[in-house]
Structure formats: C-alpha cells, structure tokens
Design a protein around this ligand. Structure first.
Ligand code: MTE
Length: 319
C-alpha cells in the first residue's frame, strides 16, 4: 500500500521550469543555454539531476497549503550567519558556495568516505519531492515542498555496524563562511544534531537538496540538509559536512546550550510546553502582521507514522 507521502498531489503553479534541472548537463557543456546560466546560483551546477518528470511526480498531502516560496526563503534560522531571521538571506551572499562541497560519511561503517552531493543522491537511488509540515520550536510553522531522498535509503547502502546506535550530523564550522560564528563564542560550534538509528531509518526522514523544485538556497541550508518533519525545526540541521554513525547519543548544539529547553528528541508535542512559552498552537507563516494560528498536532501530524518508534518512552520526560 502506498504511504501518504507517495500519493500524487495537486500540481504547483509556481514550480521552476523543469529545464533548469533536466538541462543541467547541457548548461555545463554548453555554458549559456538560453542565456540562463548566469541566473542560476553558482553552485547549482553541482546539484544532482532531478527526476525527469518532476512536475508530474509532485507528492504529498493534497490539503496542505504551501507557504509562499519567498517567505520560506527569507525568514530563516541560520545562526552561523545571523540571529536575525530577516538578515540571513543577505548575509549568505558572501558565501561562495562551489560544487566541490563534500560530505564526510564515517564512524561505525565499513568504508568511511567523502561524498559529493550528487554521489549521495545517486547512492540513495535518486531524489523525489515531498511536501512536509515544518514546525519551529519558536512557535511558527510552514509547509514546504522539499526535494531529496530518505536517509534510510542511504543508510541501507552504507551498511553501518551493529554497534551504531545514533547518527550524528555536523554543519561547517568555518568562521570565514559563517560570519556570525565569531560573534557568538558561547555557542558550542559547529552546529551538531543527532537521531537514533530508528529515527534515522524512518522513511519520513529526508536528506534534502532542494525546495520548491530548485536547489536549496544558501539561506535554507545549501547544498544538503536534514528534514525531520515530526521534530522541531532545530533538529533539521543545515549545510551538512559530516555524517557519523556512533554508539553514544551525540552532543547537540541546542541541547548543550539549554538542555531543559531543547531536548535531544524534540518531537513536536502540543502537550509539553517550552519552559518559556506554550507549544499548544502555532503561527502559520504568511507574512502578515497578525498571522493565523492553528492547534499544533502531536508529532506535527505524523503520529500515525512515527509513534511506533517511541513506544515505552515517556515523551513528556524525553522532550
Ligand atoms: N542548521 C544550522 N546549521 N544552523 C542553524 O542555525 N537552525 C535550525 C535548523 N537548522 C539552524 C539549522 C532551526 S532553529 C530551524 S527552525 C530551521 O533550521 C530553519 O530552517 P529554514 O531557515 O530553512 O526554515
């Protein structure tokens, strides 16, 4: 039976012309096909080949209204660049992201190796589009069409050892790229996140390389990031440089900074408040001064899919 995220959804009007992706190789070979190459972000050449019929394969939940692309790409949490959401987009401009980006995959696996983004997509058997709810611990939410692959598909290929209990993810810590890193010496940089193996193997856990049918913009975590839709947004670490299979619970940035506010699990849970605010409802990111509110759903609406993972765990305590 098809999972809900495999259901064909409504088509999006604002989807990027397919040729941006399908003709990637032509761009590389021919330089300025249609004179468009200069409009692409510099690193887009490094983006993996998207599925040939992306528009037809638009998957997700039909009833979810997408957040406007310009909002989702201009209201960002990316502390390496700025603590001000509206500033991030401007601050990433000096980041000269090139196609030489690589992700070091290691720890408890047979063959630790450095992979290009395209390699990882190929290893996982290609990418697809998924529409997910995204709920930030701060109380705002959006709905985004991501492009990527299930981390589980990659893990199956990497065959971690039986002693691997967690996956640890790391972002770049280069102060020359993240121009705000030096301004926040109290943070335990680099940004690190983690998942249990069961969470990492859940098919909803996505490694994203694109959004709105385009390569990830720098402010949203280019060129490759995690998306864990049933957890608060801070678990969805951006701009991955390292993935390690480990036997200890990784020390994550937010958990180290404020363990009573940002738990390791951080599952979206309307019944467990943040010590400083309620998590019962959320503001729908719509650009308005008085955003609409809606009740927050257990596991951000993915309870049916993921509750099994947490059987026997007191979620109120393991926040
Ligand atoms: N990853 C890194 N490396 N640095 C960050 O500051 N912020 C997190 C998460 N991943 C963050 C990060 C938080 S708090 C949220 S809500 C989401 O990214 C925001 O993702 P978006 O800007 O794409 O909406």
């Amino acid at each position: 039976m098809k999972k809900f995220w495999e259901i064909e959804g409504t088509k999006r009007e604002d989807i990027t012309p397919e040729f941006l992706f399908n003709h990637r190789r032509k761009f590389i070979q021919g330089g300025t096909l249609f004179g468009m190459a200069s409009l692409l972000p510099q690193w887009a050449m490094a983006a993996p080949k998207f599925p040939a019929k992306l528009n037809e394969k638009y998957k997700g939940e039909k009833d979810l209204a997408l957040t406007k692309e310009d909002l989702a790409t201009s209201y960002n949490n990316f502390y390496e660049f700025s603590l001000d959401k509206a500033e991030v987009k401007k601050k990433v401009e000096s980041w000269n992201l090139t196609e030489t980006w690589s992700v070091n995959v290691g720890g408890l696996i047979e063959k630790p190796k450095s992979h290009s983004v395209a390699d990882l997509c190929d290893l996982a058997g290609g990418v697809e589009e998924r529409i997910y709810r995204f709920r930030c611990v701060e109380g705002w939410s959006m709905v985004v069409p991501w492009t990527g692959f299930s981390l589980s598909k990659l893990i199956e290929k990497l065959a971690p050892k039986a002693t691997a209990k967690y996956v640890r993810f790391e972002t770049f810590g280069d102060k020359k790229i993240g121009t705000n890193i030096s301004n926040q010496p109290q943070y335990p940089w680099p940004y690190v996140e983690g998942l249990t193996m069961a969470e990492a193997m859940h098919p909803l856990t996505l490694v994203a390389v694109g959004m709105y049918g385009k390569p990830l913009p720098r402010q949203n975590g280019a060129p490759i990031r995690m998306i864990v839709p049933w957890k608060y947004g801070f678990k969805s670490i951006k701009s991955l440089v390292k993935i390690d299979f480990v036997d200890q619970q990784p020390k994550t940035l937010w958990n180290q900074l404020a363990p009573n506010e940002y738990g390791f699990y951080a599952n979206v849970n309307p019944k467990v408040d943040h010590p400083r605010w309620s998590q019962a409802s959320e503001r729908i990111l719509d650009g308005g001064f008085f955003p609409k509110k809606k009740p927050t759903l257990m596991f951000n609406g993915y309870e049916k899919e993921v509750a099994e993972i947490y059987k026997g765990l007191d979620l109120a305590k393991n926040y």
